[in-house]
Structures are given as C-alpha cells and as structure tokens.
Design a protein around this ligand. Structure first.
Ligand code: MRU
Length: 342
C-alpha cells in the first residue's frame, strides 16, 4: 500500500484521499497549517490516521520555530497543538496524539530548542510506526473471530488508508486472508462522503481481496438473504460503557445485524477508547457542510436549491448492539472495557 502519511525530506507527505480512487496524488506540507487544512478537508481521514498526522504536524510546526527564547518556543508549540486539535472533534485519537506530543515536550524541559525539535520528530515517527504494529496485533486477534468462507460487511473505511498502515477493521480482514481464509467483504458505499466506495473497495481491490460494493440501503436485504456472516467496523471514539462513535450509518448496520442475529464487531486500537467519556451521549459529533449531501462527491446538485440539510459525520452505536471490541490486546465484550482499559 502507498503510505497514508509519512515524513519525507523534512516535510509531511499526505496521500490525498479526496482524489481516490481516480488519481493518486500527494499533498507535501512544508508548514503545519497545511497539515491542519489537510485534516479538515478530509485529504487524510480515519481516526488513527488523523492522530498520526496530527503528531507529524506538531513536529513539523515545532520545527518551524526559529527563535532562541524557550518561553516563546513553548507558546508557539502550544499554539501549534491547539490548531491541530481544532481540526475535527470526534476521533479521540487526535487528542490522544496531541497529549502524547505535549508530554514529550514537557519531558524535555531544559533541553536546547534544536534538541526538543529533533525529539518531537522522533516521537511523531514512533507514533506512526507503533500504529502499524498495533494494527497487525489487532488484526491477529480479530481474525480469530472470522471463519473460512465468511462474508464480512463493513461500513466506511477502516483500512490502511484510515491508519498509518494495514488498517483496523480491514486489518482483521487482511489477517484472516493471510491465514488462508477465503472471505469476501461487502463494502457499504457510505454516503455522503463515499469512503466505502472510493477507499475500501479500492484498497481491497489493490490487495486482491474479494470485495462487493453495495449502497448503504442494500445491507438489510443482503442480511435477510443470509449473505452476511459478520460485520466488522472501525471506531472514532469508544466510551467507557462500550458505546461506539463511528461513521454515520454504523448504527443502522448494528441494528440490522442484531435483528438478523449476525455478530457485530468493532475493531479499534486502545487509543480509540476514551475512559474519560462515560457514555456515547458525551461524544461530540461533527456536523459537516450541506454540500456533502446535496452533491455526490462534488458532482451536480441533486437536491432543490436552498433545502435544509442535516449532515452529522458520525453516529453512536449503543454497546448492547456490539458483540465484541477487537483491540491489540484481544477481543473484549463492550461491557468489560473498564476492567481492561480503565
Ligand atoms: O470522516 P472519516 O472518514 O474520518 O470517518 C472515518 C470513520 O468513521 C472510520 O470508520 C473510523 O475513523 C475508524 S478508522 C480505522
């Protein structure tokens, strides 16, 4: 897979996911504000990828400081962190990464500015590499729940593109495929931004893993015909009680799965579990621009001029619909999160 995000020649290089699958192009960020813009405009998206990119953006921003005054450097650093943290509200991995970079900064008090800048670059790179390693571990645990011949329904893109590599939900798919299980993924197209059609279908096709694209409203009929054996989705934030925020439409899939007796799994790293948010009610849900709904991926307008639009980017699936949470530490019941991650 092409890296989602990486350090390259002192810059942050981001694969522009808004151009996929038609065009493979990159955004080379020389300044941290370009990273802020790339996250805001979904050039890079997916909870773990947002966290990793924010860490790289903070390191890039810290490196832009040219003065010699430690106090001025500290206020510059805080401003860079705040800008990155302001990009999107729902994925907790973003705030997790910002906190981690702040802790690195705090741990370097007294170090010359150039030393702190180098340390922040190393820390961001470590977060990136750790994400790939965690996804492999998560995939290995999650794949134990997948049987040979399973049809797996997924929603949105929780793949290599949504992480620094390998993916969470699609990491489970990849691990099952690498185990020699002959599986098939049904990818919901995921209106309005079409992450399923544009990204999940693309990356699975690249890897030669069987994938069938459906529109979101086909999932129920497919389940009724017995053609879905389990669902695996990613997460943007998991509350302490096991409620899960993920791409809008995930809740509908979970309810349908329950109605058809189909296991519904959430695959996410521990950094997505937010023990400070007690229930799904406390998860902030991003609302995005109406144009995402009144047009299909920037195409012609499909709705009457001036129509009111509601466009939440995420919804919350209550824990009672979730069979298990697949993490790098194992697969847990949503009810047991506090015991293992508290
Ligand atoms: O708006 P997006 O594309 O950032 O939303 C992404 C999702 O909802 C993913 O399912 C989630 O971040 C998990 S990615 C491993």
């Amino acid at each position: 897979m092409i890296p989602t995000v990486e350090w390259r020649d002192g810059q942050v290089r981001i694969l522009d996911q808004t151009a996929l699958p038609g065009t493979v192009q990159f955004v080379d960020c020389v300044e941290y504000e370009a990273v802020v813009e790339a996250i805001r405009t979904l050039k890079v998206r997916g909870a773990p990828a947002i966290g990793v990119t924010a860490a790289l953006g903070i390191a890039l921003g810290a490196g832009q400081f040219q003065g010699t005054d430690p106090a001025a450097f500290q206020s510059w650093f805080i401003q860079v962190c705040d800008r990155l943290a302001s990009t999107r509200p729902t994925a907790v991995n973003l705030f997790w990464a910002v906190e981690r970079m702040k802790a690195v900064f705090a741990g370097e008090a007294g170090t010359p500015i150039a030393g702190i800048q180098a340390r922040l670059r190393e820390a961001a790179q470590a977060i990136l590499e750790e994400d790939v390693r965690i996804n492999h571990e998560l995939g290995r645990h999650g794949a134990q729940m997948i049987r040979d011949g399973d049809h797996i329904l997924t929603h949105c893109n929780a793949g290599a593109l949504a992480t620094a590599g390998y993916g969470t939900a699609l990491g489970v798919v990849r691990a099952a495929w690498e185990d020699g299980k002959y599986i098939r993924v049904f990818a919901d197209e995921t209106r309005p931004v079409l992450q399923g059609a544009r990204l999940t279908a693309w990356e699975l096709q690249q890897d030669g893993i069987p994938v069938t694209l459906i529109t979101d409203n086909m999932a129920g009929a497919l389940m009724k015909q017995g053609k879905v054996h389990c669902c695996v989705v990613g997460a943007d934030r998991i509350a302490a009680n096991g409620d899960v925020a993920n791409k809008i439409g995930t809740y509908s899939v979970a309810v349908l799965a329950k109605a058809h007796g189909i296991p519904f799994y959430v695959a996410a790293p521990a950094s997505t579990i937010d023990m400070r948010t007690l229930t799904g009610e406390g998860i902030p849900i991003e609302e995005r621009h109406p144009l995402e709904v009144t047009q299909v991926h920037g195409g012609p307008t499909i709705a009457p001029e001036g129509v009111e639009v509601w466009n939440p980017a995420f919804d919350v699936t209550p824990a009672k619909y979730i069979t298990g949470i697949m993490t790098e530490r194992g697969v847990f019941s949503p009810k047991d999160l506090a015991k293992h991650f508290g």
